[in-house]
Each structure stands twice: as structure tokens, then as C-alpha cells.
Design a binder for this molecule. Structure first.
Ligand SMILES: Nc1ncnc2c1ncn2[C@@H]1O[C@H](COP(=O)(O)OP(=O)(O)OP(=O)(O)O)[C@@H](O)[C@H]1O
Length: 296
């Protein structure tokens, strides 16, 4: 097997405990693969490293990191025959959790040996691909603040979320979809390929990563009166039972807002824009999932 492992020393707890780099090297030696581990040195470097691996004839490129690293590596593998492997060890790990690749230890490495490739969809926001969730509003503000933290993990999301919640106000959006146009006030607006943000927070319960469709979810104003029930439903996978939460499903959307603002793709902040053209590239990424795992 000719492979490349791309390790992000900045993801999740890798900074404090970079043992997964050594574990990957030991795995390569144990199985006699023609492979090596390379570290990312800066944001977006993983895409360059993955492109190089493809050019050099690797048939498998593995991301060791969170959803941001996953996104950067996967961007280089869209519409190629190269398989994508994931050792999820970030702060949220939304795609890994959706696909049943949970354990950054033995389980995820075993999947590289015994798993099967599944072709999943790529979502596009203008020119930026995403595989898990993209979004606007509160979640994009969190992504922009979280990107500046040196200490990461779930507690980092929690602290950032509580601080941003106090000052964030719902925004007005126009959503163009196949059935027409809707105007919404949303606290946060998510465009999902997979079902969750990460940490089992299900923003689009029931979403499928290979149905050629995306889910847009608008969460209304979140205040003291409804924050707890909304959070409970988010983590319980029943958000769509909240009457005030609106959703659309389809292949194409255009989302407009009055002023440019942050967006995020897979938890990473991107350019501040006011018009988003959203589309999907069906079954464009081959990702290795556990052999017995049913993939929705
Ligand atoms: N050497 C580096 N130094 C600083 N940042 C880096 C480096 N290499 C990559 N990055 C950036 O680290 C960021 C975070 O990575 P990643 O998303 O994998 O971890 P996470 O945010 O902890 O997890 P999750 O996305 O699952 O919440 C990405 O924006 C990536 O571009």
C-alpha cells in the first residue's frame, strides 16, 4: 500500500499529546506499507501535502486531525480514485462520528486495513468544499473565535459558545431553493451534508452523506427561555421536532443576507460574504469506513 499520513499537531489534544504520530509510524512499520507521516506546518498546508501525495502515486491519504484537517486533506482528493482515511482526533470530529469512525486509537487504524471505501457527496459553498457542515450566523462566529484559541477540545467550544451567545443576534436571510424563496430570521443557519456538527450535536438528524442532497436548517432566536430545550433536542437527535426550527432539503440553494459576515466550512472560518451559492457534487470522495458500518 502506498500511502501518506498527514498529522496536524494543532488539532484537538495533539499539541499536548502527539502520540498518534508515533502510532501511525508504528502502524506503517508493522504492516510494511510504503508510507510516511508528515506534519502540517500551517493552516491549509494539509491540502498541499495531500495534493503532493496524489501526484506521487499514493492510493490512500490519511488525515490525523479534526474536521478542519479532514476538510483540507479531502479537498485534494475530490473526484480522484485515491481513498481517504480518517483518524479523527480533533475537538468535534463530526464526519468521523457520522461514519462510525470514532476511536482515534486501534479502531480507526484497523479500519484502514479492514474497512471498505464509500463514495460520499461534497457540498460546495461558492468555491469552498465541505463534507460535514457549513454555516452562517452563530456557528460561524464560534468558528472564527475558536480558530484563534490555542487550547482546543470540547470545553473550548463550550466556553467560546457561551461567550458569543450573549452578544449574538438573529440575522435575516433569503433562501432560494427549488420550490421558491423563503425569508427567515435565524440565530444560526447550517448547511449539512452529514447529520452532526461533531460531539454528537445533531443539527440535521437523518441527513445522508451519499444522497446527492444537502439539508439547510434555520434555528430561530435562542434566548434564556428556549436554550435548554433546543440544546437538549440538538444532542438528542430530535431538533426537527421543534416547531420553530425550519428546514429545507435539496441539491442547490442560494442564500443571501444584507451584509457580508463570517461563514464556516467544517468548522473553519472562511471569507466574509453576503451571497452563498450552494451545490453538491454527488459521490465525489472515496472514504474508508469500518467494514460492518452501515452508512447513511
Ligand atoms: N502547524 C499548524 N499550526 C497551526 N495551525 C495549524 C497547523 N496545521 C494545521 N493547522 C490548522 O489547525 C486548525 C484546526 O484543525 P482541526 O480542525 O483538525 O482540529 P480541531 O479544530 O481541534 O477539531 P474539529 O474541527 O474536529 O473541531 C485548522 O484550521 C488547520 O488549518
Amino acid at each position: 500500500m502506498k500511502a501518506r499520513f498527514i498529522f496536524n499537531p494543532h488539532s484537538g489534544s495533539n499539541r499536548r499529546n502527539p502520540h498518534l504520530r508515533d502510532r501511525a509510524a508504528a502502524f506503517i512499520a508493522e504492516h510494511g506499507w510504503d508510507a510516511r507521516v508528515v506534519d502540517t506546518e500551517r493552516p491549509r498546508h494539509a491540502t498541499e501535502l495531500a495534493r503532493r501525495a496524489v501526484d506521487e502515486g499514493c492510493t490512500l491519504v490519511v488525515a490525523i486531525g479534526g474536521d478542519g484537517t479532514m476538510n483540507e486533506v479531502a479537498c485534494a482528493l475530490i473526484d480522484t480514485p485515491v481513498s481517504f482515511g480518517l483518524i479523527p482526533c480533533g475537538s468535534g470530529n463530526g464526519l468521523g462520528r457520522h461514519l462510525g469512525i470514532r476511536d482515534p486509537g486501534r479502531g480507526a487504524f484497523r479500519t484502514l486495513l479492514t474497512g471498505r471505501p464509500v463514495a460520499i457527496d461534497t457540498g460546495m459553498v461558492n468555491a469552498d468544499p465541505f463534507f460535514c457542515v457549513a454555516g452562517l450566523g452563530f456557528e460561524a462566529v464560534i468558528a472564527s473565535r475558536f480558530a484563534t484559541l490555542t487550547s482546543r477540545g470540547f470545553s473550548g467550544y463550550l466556553r467560546t459558545g457561551v461567550a458569543a451567545w450573549r452578544s449574538h443576534r438573529p440575522e435575516h436571510y433569503t433562501i432560494h431553493h427549488a420550490g421558491g424563496r423563503d425569508e427567515v430570521e435565524a440565530f444560526t443557519l447550517a448547511i449539512s451534508n452529514s447529520s452532526q456538527y461533531g460531539n454528537n450535536a445533531y443539527i440535521a438528524p437523518g441527513a445522508s452523506v451519499h444522497d446527492g442532497r444537502l439539508n439547510v436548517t434555520a434555528v430561530p432566536s435562542v434566548g434564556l427561555h428556549n436554550a435548554v430545550p433546543l440544546l437538549w433536542r440538538l444532542f438528542n437527535g430530535s431538533l426537527y421536532r421543534t416547531a420553530s426550527v425550519r428546514r429545507w432539503e435539496g441539491e442547490r440553494f442560494v442564500i443571501e443576507r444584507a451584509r457580508p459576515g463570517w461563514i464556516h466550512t467544517d468548522g473553519e472560518p472562511r471569507a466574509e460574504i453576503s451571497r452563498l451559492e450552494i451545490s453538491v457534487r454527488p459521490r465525489s470522495l472515496r472514504i474508508v469506513v469500518p467494514a460492518g458500518q452501515a452508512v447513511t
